[in-house]
Design a protein around this ligand. Structure first.
Ligand code: SF4
Length: 229
């Protein structure tokens, strides 16, 4: 049973240990190339979210390169509002399923988390991953809210993490985006440089599909542009 503490002081007094994400058993994982960590269940995510103190000046956000509203999305998870959590993440980050897996959280958001001064920091990356995976598997099918069309067109060269991030930001602001990529699939280093057991290709493809939905015909991907003909 998940015990939920309704306010900050109860949370401090009760001290919940950091929830450990389940992983494939070593005997099983040495026989496959699938992802090793298995993700949090909703109950685990709510329990881990209960460890966040909802700081008024959240140091974790200062440690985040894209300034995600970390206490905001964690509080939504805590309140069982998983759709709200992914919407909050999308406001600043078009690739939450990727970032929840491969961002160096220990040096960024989690490295600044106040809980980490005396205990293990809040597992911000695992919670981000949970919100994105939940939306992908069981979510409402909603897409990030975008501004109305500006009529402006922007070409993005390369579809690696920076190209996809900037494409997401431009789409949010209502611009039309065309991504030009030398290879046939979008993702760059996310697809060609990170092994499947660390970042499944399916996750990258799903993030790109979300960008395409956000674009509502205002995003195009042009792959295989390595040579001039
Ligand atoms: S610093 Fe830690 S405890 Fe404070 S809001 Fe951020 S995640 Fe929560």
């Amino acid at each position: 049973m998940v015990v939920i503490w309704r306010n900050k002081w109860q949370r401090i007094k009760k001290k919940v240990p950091r929830v450990k994400m389940p992983e494939q058993d070593p005997d099983v994982r040495r026989r496959n190339f699938e992802e090793v960590p298995l993700g949090l269940t909703p109950e685990m995510a709510i329990k881990e979210a209960s460890r966040c103190l909802q700081c008024k000046k959240p140091a974790c956000v200062e440690g985040c390169p894209v300034s995600v509203d970390i206490p905001g999305f964690i509080n939504k998870i805590f309140s069982n509002d998983f759709a709200g959590a992914i919407s909050t993440l999308w406001e600043r980050n078009a690739l939450p399923a990727v970032c929840g897996r491969v961002c160096p959280q220990e040096a960024q958001c989690e490295g600044r988390c106040i809980v980490g001064k005396k205990d293990a920091p809040v597992a911000i990356g695992s919670l981000e991953r949970f919100a994105a995976d939940y939306e992908r598997k069981k979510g409402s099918g909603k897409i990030p809210a975008v501004a109305s069309k500006t009529g402006k067109k922007v070409a993005v060269i390369g579809s690696g993490p920076s190209g996809l991030t900037v494409a997401g930001d431009l789409l949010l602001k209502g611009h039309e985006v065309t991504i030009f990529e030398a290879f046939h699939k979008p993702g760059g280093v996310l697809v060609y440089g990170i092994p499947e057991f660390r970042l499944p290709k399916e996750i990258v493809a799903s993030e790109v599909a979300t960008l395409e939905k956000m674009g509502q015909n205002r995003m195009q991907f042009r792959g295989g542009r390595l040579r001039h003909h």
